[in-house]
Write a protein that binds this ligand. Structure first.
Ligand code: GCU
Length: 599
């Protein structure tokens, strides 16, 4: 039987012509950064793309990047020298007050000079663009990408000019019911070229991708692969881990592909000792260097084993909301602040919700020794029966795994969050889980599900999706959306699965500095009381192997209106958006520190 994805391709998803064989580790390649100020045109009516009868403008409209020919030229679709600018990377909402609430199209234009060199190939690479991007180079349409949180690229070897070049990108962040995520979410729809933009410069035949990880269940056997892209497919490729003295050489096949295995005496990567190794992959025509940690992650019954030993995941959830300044996270500085707060909270684990975060976060987690849950935004009410929606979700999954499959910190690939029961949903997410296992058999597959009551005192974790997962994720808000905080004292959890569970969301809200007795909602005392009752309840769950409080820091959200309390922020943070620690922060910190000390 044809897979769901294959059927979709026949279903005319061909319009997405971007090059999905992403170049692994672009920062380690020769590249020209196109970050900085880009000219912009705010175009709510998409008049730069469609004519007045809503037909796409034949010559590409603004994408054609035309300039007035002379003083009498009445050209309107053009980027004049005095065009306003926006910084890239960065969302547009936090850069100009008039764009805070803007959802629609903004055109970006960037000019740059380039000296072409023979025997090189060039890829125009985007870390992410929210939500839909149509990309043009020197007036030529390269293609489009859908999905706001994963990288994409176009090969431009033939399109680049020697000398002056211009990139134009139409970015549209309008929400749609058939999108991934769908129109209703609980976070701010930050739009724009939110991550780095680079022109990657590689040899004619280059190392397109590599996977260097420990074989499942082994602490000294590395099993990986390498793929070359270009005319010289058959080459000798050496993989070196100098510090361990291990290396091997293999020969790629006619498709430029080779698997390899080598034994190495390695110090396993762990939160206590996040050991990273210099790894180089050297083909005859290209070489790439990376920093990689080696650890194993498995389940055994209802236990999670890290490097063969049971581990309890002391976690917190994080949105890619920048501390202090708000807006999308894109810098090492942002990542360091958020992950340092998580560390100080006593965490060894973070759930990066609800979409793939910037690579700066996962590489920082590698360095800081934080285990990671990485997720695609199959969130709430997705159109399960729409094949194009599945293709979009599967592509985002593939891009997420391809980008980060060498990150030791990532132990979970999460397929979805809080999705309603139903056959179409089950088929959809089960197919994603199968695809994830096909792409990466070394990590664990999970999803955040919604529990239900078997009786007033018993929560049953039996979502049919559980059969397709390695680790059950369960979101519960006992004490906030579900009864008073003390209700937790009466609740026990059961499951039908012989699998470990992570409570992937729990908690309550408070506005920092708002005080009262513990029964007064929105006060720090109320939030603290929720945690005080949650922790003993969670400790009583026999198959609980991890927990991630919702959430590390208050984050912007258009669904949270209460003036003087929420002000369009979700206030479930343990820390305010200005870095102020709430009472509940110290309750969870003390608990996590006691767990760490007891180990
Ligand atoms: C949900 C959801 C989150 C949301 C949270 C909340 O469980 O997964 O995205 O922000 O609840 O209501 O605060």
């Amino acid at each position: 039987m044809k897979t769901l994805a294959a059927m979709l391709l026949i279903g005319g998803v061909a319009c997405y012509s971007q090059d999905t064989a992403l170049v692994q580790n672009p920062s380690a390649r020769r590249n020209l950064s196109l970050n900085g100020p880009w000219k912009i045109i705010v175009d709510p009516y998409e008049a730069g793309y469609y004519d007045f009868h809503l037909n796409p403008i034949r010559d590409g409209g603004l994408g054609a990047n035309k300039s007035p020919a002379g003083k009498s030229d009445r050209l309107e679709l053009t980027f004049l020298p005095n065009a306003p600018t926006l910084q890239v990377p960065g969302d547009w909402n936090t850069q100009k007050p008039e764009l805070l609430w803007y959802e629609g199209t903004i055109w970006y234009q960037r000019e740059f000079n380039y000296v072409k060199k023979p025997g090189r190939r060039l890829f125009l690479w985007f870390g992410a663009a929210n939500y839909q991007a149509i990309v043009y180079l020197n007036g030529q349409k390269l293609g489009r990408h859908e999905g706001g949180f994963t990288p994409f690229q176009f090969e431009v070897t033939g399109a680049i000019r020697d000398g002056a070049n211009a990139v134009v990108v139409k970015v549209d962040d309008q929400r749609h019911p058939d999108a991934v995520p769908p129109a209703m979410t609980d976070w701010w729809n930050y739009g724009g070229l939110t991550r780095d933009v680079k022109l990657i410069d590689v040899p004619e035949t280059f190392i397109q991708d590599y996977f260097v990880q420990l074989a499942k269940g082994s602490l000294n056997r590395i099993a990986g692969w390498v793929r070359l892209d270009g005319p010289r497919k058959r080459q000798k490729v050496a993989v070196h881990i100098p510090e361990s003295g291990a290396s091997t050489t293999v020969e790629t096949d006619d498709n430029g592909f080779a698997r390899f295995a080598l034994d190495a005496a390695l110090t396993p990567w762990s939160p206590e000792n996040p050991k990273l190794y210099d790894v180089s992959v050297e083909a005859e025509s290209d070489r790439v260097h990376d920093r990689i940690g080696f650890r194993t992650i498995e389940t055994s019954g209802q236990k999670i084993l890290l490097n063969g030993k049971p581990v309890f995941l002391r976690g917190v959830s994080i949105h890619a909301e920048a501390p202090f300044r708000a807006g999308r996270v894109f810098s090492e500085a942002d990542a360091r602040v958020l992950l340092t707060w998580a560390r100080e909270l006593g965490c060894n684990f973070v759930r990066l919700a609800h979409y793939p975060h910037d690579e700066v976060m996962t590489r920082m987690a590698d360095q800081m020794g934080l285990l990671v849950w990485s997720e695609i935004p199959v969130y709430w009410a997705v159109q399960w029966q729409n094949p194009a929606v599945y293709a979009n979700a599967e592509r985002q999954l593939t891009e997420m795994i391809t980008r980060d499959h060498n990150r030791a910190s990532i132990i979970f690939w999460s397929m979805a969050n809080e999705t309603p029961l139903g056959d179409a949903r089950l088929k959809f997410i089960a197919a994603l889980a199968a695809k994830a296992r096909e792409l990466d058999s070394t990590r664990l597959i999970t999803a955040a599900t919604l529990p239900h009551y078997a009786d007033p005192a018993t929560i049953m974790v039996d979502d049919p999706l559980g059969q397709h997962l390695d680790v059950l994720g369960c979101n519960e808000y006992i004490g906030w959306y579900d009864g008073p905080p003390a209700k937790a004292d009466t609740i026990s959890f059961r499951t039908v699965y012989d699998k470990p569970m992570v409570v992937s969301e729990f908690g309550g809200a408070a506005a920092f500095g708002r005080h009262g007795d513990e029964d007064t909602a929105w006060t720090e005392e109320f939030q603290a009381n929720v945690y005080r009752h949650q922790i003993p309840m969670l400790r009583r769950i026999p198959f609980l192997q991890g927990m991630t409080a919702w959430i590390l820091m208050d984050f912007r959200c258009p669904r949270r209106f209460l003036p003087g309390i929420q002000d369009y922020y979700n206030r479930k943070g343990l820390i305010s958006d200005r870095g102020e620690k709430k009472q509940a922060y110290y309750i969870l910190r003390d608990y996590y520190q006691s767990l760490a000390a007891a180990k």
